[in-house]
Design a protein around this ligand. Structure first.
Ligand SMILES: [Zn+2]
Ligand SMILES: [Zn+2]
Length: 418
């Protein structure tokens, strides 16, 4: 590749700005901008022209004083970028306006090209090659990003920005996406409410007679309780709740369970989590409790979801016959592998398969009222209620089987997660 020939080829058909000229050689040299590369090439070519004629559109030499030649030139806009690079300050100013009300620390500028710009770029690459080039999108994103960084003192983050500012040249618009805010924490649940918001299965949230026009199957949930003060503090529009494992509505959780609450479109991100924790715990004393609140990211949601911690449960059971203390000793046989087919109550929505899960330890006692208190440490994914009842023979062995009695679950409590 001869740089002078290549540059002449680029400037043959019309005026090409310094950025667009320099961008074709972006992969040569470091520590300089495309604009600087373009300017250097333009001057070099102009000097060359003083010595010999070249087939170059003269509009490319506006403002250059020739010593040995008369070059007539008319000012026009760049035929590659349509003058965008001359307007970077103006465009960045518009972007700033779109985000000035928002609270954020990091941002990223995305670019969508118009059909025309895409074609211009393709034509350019066809005539000048792509050996050392860079895309117009990348340069636009970087150069506007630099301007915004300087003006706002915020950081560019390509992977995980708080806001994405899209320069949509196709629609001639600037579109801002506020990325979610993630707050990590752990909770305990002292009352029988679901973990997450359950929409009414009949109306899917829009409201109907069956759900009393609430749109929800249950009036509240851990998610909704936590979400209210979180949305108030962040000005977000909605939340998603990611718990480390789930628990049924009627199961209490007295051990700390990890969660991440995802706030959709937060207006504020710099919130005081110590205050937030105090507020939640004061508002919902005796219902739920939270602790260890801190900011998190999307990755942690995946980590929480894929972690399968062991759990310790307390089962309170009522048997249909009198159980003696010596009978209870037989429950030691639970320790080991439990074979469990998908429970009857969930098999309409999950594949009917057999799974093997372990019980690590079992402790038992009888209450004064004759209720069985059984504490179990188990592998994740074991259905506990079915371990008690046997689920019509679908879970083996089971507490009911071992005791030779029918048992009802009076209460199930999670004592420890992990
Ligand atoms: Zn240009
Ligand atoms: Zn409904």
């Amino acid at each position: 590749m001869d740089i002078i020939d290549s540059a002449s080829e680029i400037l043959k058909k019309g005026y090409v700005c310094d950025n667009c000229l320099g961008r074709q050689f972006a992969q040569l040299l470091t520590g300089c901008t495309n604009k600087e590369r373009g300017k250097a090439l333009r001057l070099t070519l102009a000097m060359q022209i003083e010595l010999e004629d070249r087939d170059i559109d003269t509009s490319n030499f506006i403002g250059i004083g020739f010593r040995n030649k008369v070059v007539r030139a008319k000012k026009t806009t760049c035929c590659v970028c349509d003058g965008i690079f001359d307007n970077l300050l103006k465009i960045s100013g518009k972007m700033l306006k779109e985000v000035e009300e928002l609270e954020y620390d990091t941002f990223h500028v995305g670019v969508r090209l118009s059909e025309k710009l895409l074609k211009n770029e393709e034509d350019l690459w066809e005539s000048a090659g792509i050996e050392c080039t860079e895309s117009i999108k990348k340069e636009l994103s970087r150069e506007t990003g630099k301007i915004l960084q300087k003006k706002t003192k915020k950081e560019v983050d390509l992977d995980n920005p708080d806001v994405v500012i899209l320069l949509n040249l196709d629609k001639n618009a600037i579109e801002v996406t506020i990325n979610a805010l993630y707050i990590y924490g752990k909770y305990k649940k002292y009352v029988k409410i679901p973990q997450t918001k359950h929409y009414c299965p009949d109306c899917h949230g829009s409201g109907c007679d069956k759900c009393n026009w609430r749109g929800l199957s249950y009036p509240t949930s851990v998610q909704q309780l936590i979400a209210e003060p979180v949305l108030e503090a962040t000005g977000g529009v909605d939340t998603k709740f990611h718990g480390q494992g789930r628990e049924d509505v009627d199961v209490l959780c007295l051990g700390w369970r990890v969660f991440v609450i995802e706030v959709i479109e937060p207006g504020k991100r710099d919130i005081d989590l110590v205050k937030l924790k105090a507020k939640i715990n004061k508002l919902y004393a005796k219902k739920i409790e939270v602790d260890d609140l801190r900011f998190a990211d999307k990755k942690e949601v995946q980590e929480i979801k894929s972690a399968n911690p062991d759990k310790t449960y307390l089962l309170t059971l009522k048997a249909d016959k009198v159980v003696m203390k010596k009978d209870l000793n037989k429950l030691d046989a639970l320790v080991g592998v439990i074979r469990q087919r998908t429970p009857d109550r969930v098999k309409h929505r999950r594949a009917d398969i057999e799974r093997k899960r372990k019980v690590y330890s079992v402790k038992y006692s009888l209450s004064k009222e004759g209720l069985l208190k059984i504490e179990l440490k188990t592998q994740a994914g074991l259905y506990i209620k079915e371990l008690a009842t046997g689920d019509g023979g679908r879970t083996k062995p089971s507490i009911a089987d071992i005791l030779g009695a029918h048992v009802d679950v009076v209460e199930l409590t999670v004592l420890e997660v992990g």
